[in-house]
Structure formats: structure tokens, C-alpha cells
Ligand binder design. Structure first.
Ligand SMILES: [Zn+2]
Ligand SMILES: [Zn+2]
Length: 237
């Protein structure tokens, strides 16, 4: 099994996803995971929950069905300066934060704009952990320059199984990104971005790519539960 923690999962709180937290935990257990991050969409997405969703995640138990539940969010990058739609209050209360470009929120940038936005974001937001599905063809940028900044400012690169399967051009871009990450020892996470519980933790296409490139397992942060928790605890205490 490639990953022990699925770090990108949506529940019914995002209205285009279809499983409850308990169902995600049950499937996570059945699929052999030790944990998952609950990362519903932050407010700028059309299908997002109310901001109170992110304030009240503390009411969830740390474990459900023996599986660790990490309270998180998938924030939107809301402009070409790399700002996101969660503030410090929310960020401090979450254990796991993804920041992603989505076309309903931003779509008018150029290659240079997206390059600048990602670099600004990396510098500005200490408590953003991961850049979501950055391989999508809608948001081109200078891979080598930006990925080096992600490493310097501790932003993990996401390999997103749903994107690779469903978004045209993502697979080829992912290969390019993985090669750069391997070359410069840039850490990644591999996750499903699941919208239904059955697929939680299942990343066969990503795994095939990783194997074909002989990508080092030690650079896949969520391939080991303890290593991932060390990272989270070091960053957030
Ligand atoms: Zn997304
Ligand atoms: Zn997502």
C-alpha cells in the first residue's frame, strides 16, 4: 500500500461529495489506512459549507473506527497575488490545509501570474501544507522555479489521483512534476481527492507512475503515518 494517510478527502459538507465523516472513516479502515484528512472546500467554492464548518471541527473525535481524523480544509487561492480564503483564525485551528486554484474562483491569469501567485503564497502562508492539484492544465506556471520555492517554504506538492484520472493533460504534467521533485528532493503527498468513501486511499494510477519513475518512497510524506504526524506536530505543536 503506497499511503497510510489519505490527505485530501471531501465529505457531504462539500455539496458535490456524497459520504459522511463516519462513512469515510469506515471505508478508510476497510481500505487499510491509518488516517485521513477531512478537507472540505473553503468559502469561495460554490459548493462550500458555511465558515462555521471550519470553526467547529474540534467537535469531531480524534479517531473514528480506530482511524485518525485530521481536521482540515481545501482553501481556494482567490487572486493572482496568492491570497487564500481562510484567515489566521481558521488556519490555526486546522491540522491540515491544502491551497488550490479552481476555475470558478480564478481563471484569468497567465503563466507569469500563476508563477507569481504560487511563490507569494508559499512565502506568505506558513500554515498552508500542500498545494493542491497544481498539474492541471488550466493553471500553467514555471514548474522548476515554483517547486524549488515550495521546498524552501515547506509546501508539499500534491499528486492527486482524481486529477490524473479525470483532468485532460494532468497525467503528462504530473510526470514532469514528479521528475523535478525527484531531481531536487522535493517532498510530496499522494492522495485521492475522494468525493465518495469507497475510493479513499486508493491511488493505483499514481502508484504506477511513481514506480515507473523509481520515485523515492522517503519523499512521499504520507506513505508513513508516524512521519506525517511528526511533520504536523513540528509545524503546529
Ligand atoms: Zn480541488
Ligand atoms: Zn478536492
Amino acid at each position: 500500500m503506497l499511503i497510510e494517510v489519505d490527505t485530501h478527502c471531501h465529505s457531504v459538507a462539500s455539496t458535490h461529495a456524497y459520504s459522511t465523516v463516519k462513512e469515510l472513516a469506515q471505508s478508510a479502515k476497510e481500505n487499510g489506512l491509518k488516517g485521513f484528512a477531512l478537507t472540505d472546500h473553503a468559502p469561495y467554492s460554490p459548493d462550500s459549507p458555511h465558515i462555521w464548518h471550519f470553526h467547529n471541527l474540534k467537535c469531531l473525535p480524534e479517531e473514528i473506527h480506530g482511524v485518525r481524523v485530521l481536521p482540515g480544509a481545501e482553501a481556494n487561492i482567490i487572486d493572482l497575488e496568492g491570497n487564500i480564503d481562510l484567515g489566521n483564525y481558521e488556519l490555526r485551528n486546522l491540522k491540515w490545509v491544502i491551497a488550490s486554484f479552481h476555475t470558478p474562483v480564478v481563471s484569468n491569469g497567465t503563466y507569469d501570474d500563476y508563477t507569481r501567485a504560487y511563490i507569494n503564497l508559499a512565502k506568505k502562508y506558513e500554515l498552508v501544507d500542500v498545494i493542491g492539484h497544481c498539474e492541471t492544465i488550466n493553471f500553467p506556471f514555471d514548474y522548476e522555479l515554483v517547486l524549488k520555492h515550495f521546498k524552501e517554504y515547506e509546501k508539499l506538492v500534491e499528486i492527486n489521483e482524481s486529477s490524473i484520472r479525470n483532468r485532460k493533460g494532468s497525467r503528462d504534467n504530473c510526470y514532469t512534476i514528479l521528475k523535478i521533485c525527484k531531481k531536487y528532493d522535493i517532498p510530496i503527498v499522494v492522495n485521492t481527492d475522494c468525493h465518495y468513501c469507497d475510493s479513499i486511499g486508493k491511488v493505483p494510477v499514481s502508484e504506477e507512475m511513481i514506480n515507473s519513475l523509481e520515485f523515492p518512497r522517503e519523499l512521499i510524506l504520507n506513505s508513513d503515518y508516524d512521519r506525517l504526524m511528526e511533520y504536523i506536530n513540528r509545524k503546529r505543536g
